[in-house]
Design a protein around this ligand. Structure first.
Ligand code: PLP
Length: 385
């Protein structure tokens, strides 16, 4: 029994692969969640908030202390000035910010240009709202944005662009030139941009993240989404936010009030504490992640899986075709037996037929010991088809 709007969506590939990892005792490099929690002081702040009675519905748009902390964060990192009363809304993870943005802004039939491979909730929510997806593909092996393809996709019919940088699953961080082209096209065609910047602090090798809203003409047309989950290793807390012009933020809130109404009461003061008092944690995390990326990527390459080192995110993509595999799903289903590891096939993250079939995503956001175990297993495995 499913409504038509959910047609084609079964269990997410992440649930399937996590269950496979549990069943086979495999090292789970599938779902993007760290083994370890974020800063102890942030956990203490949540416990303290609970003990002090922050256990009832908070305001629908978020507690003032967190909205103010988010505004300060945007100013400190990017020089973006926001009114915490009207230009910030707290959401239940970035996932709810995405859902709220699409439900609150997009009408059936609206054209949305979106970078593929997609984060899977984009596809589901765009289908639920009845949008027309116009994919622009980040193609292997370098996963760069093809500016001509982008120009061809954006037209006067385009109402929205849904952009993600740093990009899951490719690990691409958009360059200044790529961002500038997105901005020019958005201004030229009067397009509203929804910019998912959830991995904003997780960049490597000197790559840095630039919010789209800081480009000329973009502040008034960009809704920026993020979350504490990735930056602070609290993915299970599901505290996110949307920031930008009051009318766009208001649309998110308009939808959010019918989804969750409000977001985890004791977690909000704790995330405010994180943003204000643990500002260096994300940078330290990124440094550690870069080391783990290098360790895992070295082993993947040795195992015959070519890759492009990720510039950001938790993930790296490899090409399995050199080992004789044509299909990522078959490879990932065989991987627990071959190597005692679980990874994620990516073909489901594309509309364009065929482009992702030979690509597999691996998470390196795990503890050093988990990555070392995965490396050991890869060293002893025969991965040829
Ligand atoms: C690109 C992207 N956006 C949004 C999310 C969801 O974030 P949250 O866990 O805060 O809901 C994820 C999580 O994997 C993601 O990769």
């Amino acid at each position: 029994m499913r409504a038509k709007r959910l047609e084609g969506f079964g269990t997410t590939i992440f649930s399937e692969m996590s269950a496979l990892a549990a069943r086979t005792g495999s090292v789970n490099l599938g779902q993007g969640m760290p083994d370890s929690s974020g800063p102890p002081s942030v956990i203490a702040a949540a416990v303290d908030a609970m003990e002090r009675g922050a256990n009832q519905y908070p305001p629908g748009n978020g507690i003032p202390a967190l909205r103010q902390a988010i505004a300060r964060h945007q100013q400190r990192h990017y020089g973006i000035v926001l009114d915490p009363e009207t230009e910030v809304v707290v959401t239940t993870g970035c996932t709810e910010a995405i859902a709220g943005a699409l439900l609150g802004l997009v009408d059936p039939g609206d054209e949305v240009v979106v970078l593929e491979p997609y984060f899977d909730s984009y596809v589901a929510m765009l289908q639920i709202v009845g949008a027309v997806r116009r994919p622009v593909t980040l193609r292997a092996p370098d996963f760069r944005l093809d500016l001509d393809e982008l120009r061809a996709a954006v037209s006067p019919h385009t109402r929205f662009m849904l952009v993600n940088t740093p990009h899951n699953p490719t690990g691409t961080v958009l360059t200044d030139a790529e961002l500038a082209t997105i901005a020019e096209l958005a201004v030229e065609n009067d397009v509203t941009v929804i910019s998912d910047e959830v991995y904003e602090h997780l960049t490597y090798d000197g790559w840095t993240h630039t919010p789209l809203s800081t480009l000329p003409g973009m502040a008034e047309r960009t809704l920026t989404l993020s979350s504490a989950g990735k930056s602070y290793s609290f993915t299970g807390w599901k505290v996110g936010w949307a920031t930008g012009p009051a009318d766009l933020v208001g649309a998110v809130l308009g939808a959010k009030q019918w989804l969750t109404y409000s977001t985890g009461a004791p977690l909000q003061p704790a995330v405010a504490h994180a943003l204000d008092h643990e500002p260096d944690f994300p940078r330290r995390l990124a440094r550690d992640l870069q080391g783990r990326r290098d360790l895992l990527c070295g082993a993947l390459e040795k195992a015959g899986l070519p890759l492009r080192l990720s510039a950001g995110t938790y993930f790296v993509m490899t090409d399995i075709s050199g080992l004789g595999w044509a299909d990522g799903l078959a490879f990932c289903r065989a991987l627990p037996e071959r190597a005692g590891i679980v990874a994620i096939p990516t073909q489901g993250f594309y509309d364009t037929p065929g482009v992702g079939r030979q690509l597999v995503r691996w998470s390196f956001c795990k503890d050093q010991t988990t990555i070392e175990e995965a490396v050991r297993r890869l060293e002893g495995a025969d991965l040829t088809c």
